[in-house]
Ligand binder design. Structure first.
Ligand SMILES: Nc1ncnc2c1ncn2[C@@H]1O[C@H](COP(=O)(O)OP(=O)(O)OP(=O)(O)O)[C@@H](O)[C@H]1O
Ligand SMILES: [Mg+2]
Length: 437
C-alpha cells in the first residue's frame, strides 16, 4: 500500500513537472482553461519572434494571458512587458492575467499587484509583468525586458518597434510576440511574412480566422458576415484576418497610421492656445461625437474626444457650451442637417455654426480632412472607434458624382466630427481677451 502511494507520488511529480514545462498542460492544470487548437500552437511555439494575425474574438488576449503567466512562473526573475496602442488595451490583458491568477492556486506565487503609476505584477520568484501603452514611448525608455507582448500590434507604429521595443530587448537578446488583426502593410505585415519564409529561422507566424475559436458563437460570425457582406473589406480584415487594403478607402491606411501619436488628453484648454470643436449629432441609432482640436499651429492635435448615445439633446447643448468655455471660447461647428437646426438655434449665444450636408458639401468637408491626414497635419491618439471609422470610410463613384460614406454597418460619426473640427479650424481666431506674452 505504502509503496503504491509512493509510486503515485512519484508519478504525480513527473506529471506536475510535465505540466509545468508544457504551456498547454500548465494552462489546463493551473489556470483551469483548455486552450483551443490554434491557441495551443501559439503557446507551444518556441521561436524568438512570433507573429499571430488573428480575427476579432479569436482569443488573442486570453492566449497571451496564459502565455505570460507560464513564462513568468517558468523563468524566475524575468521581466515581461505587455504593450498596446492604448493603456486601456494593455490593461485588458493585464486584468485578464490577474483574474486568471486570482482563481488559481498560483495566486500564492504572487508577491504584489500594483495599479499605479502603471500596472505591474511582481511574483515571489522575482518575475515581473508590466502593462504600458506605446503612445508614450518616453515612459518606456531605459526599461529592459526578456519578453514583450504586443497586443493589437498592427496599430503600433513602426518607429515604436525600432526605437523602443528592439532596444528594450537588446541587453538580454529577448523575444517578442506580436498579435492582432491586420491593418495595412507595416511591421506587423513584414514580420508575418518573415515568419512564413524559411530564410528567417528565428521568426514564425500564423494567420487564423475568428471562427477557429470554439468559445464564440458561430451565429455571431454569421451575423457579422451578413451585416458587412462576405466580400467586404471589414469582414475580410476583422474576421478572416486577411491583409487586404481597401481599394475604395478615402484615407490610406498608411496615412491614418502616420498621424497616430501620443497626444495628451485635456479636460480644459491651456492658456493662449486656440481650439476648434467639431460635433456630429446622433440621429437615430448612431452616436454623438465631439472632437476638440488644438489648432494653434500645425499639426493640429486632438486633445479631447467624446462619443455617446441615447442622451437628451439638452444635455448635448449644455456639454457643447461648457466645452466652448473650457477650451478658450473655441469655434464650434456642428452638423446642422436633420436634427441640427433647432440645436443650432440654442447655441447661438456661443456663436456656433452649422454645416449643411449635401452630397457635394460632404465631399468637400471630407476632402479637407483627407488632405490634412495625407499631409500629416493632424495628430490623434489611438482611439479605437475613430481609427476603425477612418479605416473603413469609403468613396463610391456614382452617376451623380463621388459619394463618401462609412461602409454598410459602420458608423461615420467620428470621421464627420473630426472633419468638422478641421473645418472649424480654418476660421478659428483667438478670442478678444487673448493675452500675448
Ligand atoms: N481557451 C479558452 N477557453 C475559454 N474561453 C476562451 C478561450 N479563449 C478565448 N475564450 C473566450 O473567447 C472570447 C474572445 O477571447 P479574447 O477576448 O481573448 O479574444 P480577442 O481575440 O482578444 O478579442 P478582441 O478581438 O475583441 O480583442 C472571450 O469571451 C474569451 O473568454
Ligand atoms: Mg483582445
Amino acid at each position: 500500500m505504502i509503496s503504491d502511494t509512493i509510486s503515485d507520488l512519484g508519478k504525480n511529480k513527473k506529471k506536475i513537472r510535465q505540466a509545468i514545462r508544457d504551456p498547454v498542460l500548465f494552462t489546463q492544470a493551473f489556470l483551469n482553461h483548455v486552450p483551443h487548437e490554434a491557441q495551443k500552437l501559439i503557446l507551444r511555439d518556441k521561436h524568438q519572434f512570433i507573429t499571430v494575425v488573428a480575427g476579432r474574438r479569436f482569443g488573442k488576449t486570453k492566449a497571451m494571458a496564459f502565455s505570460a503567466i507560464h513564462y513568468a512562473i517558468t523563468h524566475p526573475g524575468s521581466i515581461q512587458f505587455i504593450l498596446a496602442p492604448s493603456y486601456n488595451q494593455a490593461n485588458i490583458m493585464f486584468w485578464e492575467i490577474t483574474t486568471l491568477l486570482s482563481k488559481s492556486i498560483l495566486v500564492h506565487l504572487v508577491e504584489r499587484v500594483y495599479k499605479t503609476p502603471f500596472s505591474k505584477i511582481i511574483f515571489k520568484n522575482g518575475s515581473e509583468i508590466h502593462a504600458r501603452s506605446t503612445t508614450k514611448p518616453e515612459y518606456l525608455g531605459g526599461h529592459k525586458a526578456h519578453r514583450v507582448i504586443l497586443d493589437e500590434a498592427a496599430y503600433i507604429p513602426n518607429e515604436v518597434i525600432s526605437q523602443v521595443v528592439e532596444p528594450m530587448l537588446a541587453d538580454v537578446n529577448g523575444s517578442w510576440i506580436k498579435i492582432g488583426t491586420p491593418f495595412g502593410k507595416n511591421h506587423f505585415y513584414d514580420s508575418y511574412l518573415k515568419g512564413q519564409s524559411e530564410e528567417f529561422e528565428d521568426y514564425s507566424s500564423y494567420k487564423f480566422p475568428s471562427t477557429v475559436n470554439p468559445h464564440i458563437s458561430q451565429e455571431f460570425i454569421e451575423k457579422k458576415k451578413h451585416e458587412y457582406g462576405e466580400n467586404s473589406i471589414i469582414f475580410k480584415t476583422e474576421y478572416l484576418a486577411e491583409f487586404v487594403e481597401d481599394q475604395n478607402a478615402v484615407f490610406s491606411w498608411q496615412d491614418i497610421q502616420k498621424n497616430i501619436a501620443s497626444v495628451e488628453q485635456l479636460r480644459s484648454g491651456e492658456p493662449n492656445r486656440i481650439y476648434a470643436i467639431g460635433c456630429d449629432l446622433a440621429k437615430y441609432q448612431d452616436y454623438t461625437v465631439i472632437v476638440v482640436l488644438d489648432v494653434t499651429e500645425t499639426p493640429f492635435r486632438l486633445v479631447h474626444f467624446e462619443r455617446f448615445n441615447r442622451r437628451p439633446y439638452a444635455e448635448t447643448i449644455l456639454k457643447l457650451k461648457e466645452l466652448y468655455r473650457r477650451f478658450n471660447y473655441a469655434k464650434v461647428l456642428i452638423d446642422s442637417s436633420g436634427v441640427g437646426d433647432p440645436i443650432l438655434e440654442e447655441l447661438q449665444d456661443i456663436g456656433a455654426e452649422g454645416y449643411v450636408f449635401t452630397s457635394k458639401s460632404k465631399v468637400q468637408l471630407i476632402q479637407r480632412l483627407q488632405a490634412a491626414i495625407e499631409n500629416g497635419e493632424i495628430r490623434y491618439p489611438y482611439i479605437e472607434e475613430l481609427i476603425k471609422e477612418l479605416q473603413f470610410f469609403e468613396y463610391q463613384l456614382t452617376r451623380q458624382g463621388i459619394k463618401m460614406e462609412a461602409r454598410q454597418g459602420f458608423h461615420d460619426d467620428c470621421v464627420i466630427a473630426l472633419a468638422l473640427a478641421v473645418n472649424a479650424a480654418e476660421t478659428s481666431v483667438p478670442p478678444d481677451d487673448w493675452e500675448f506674452f
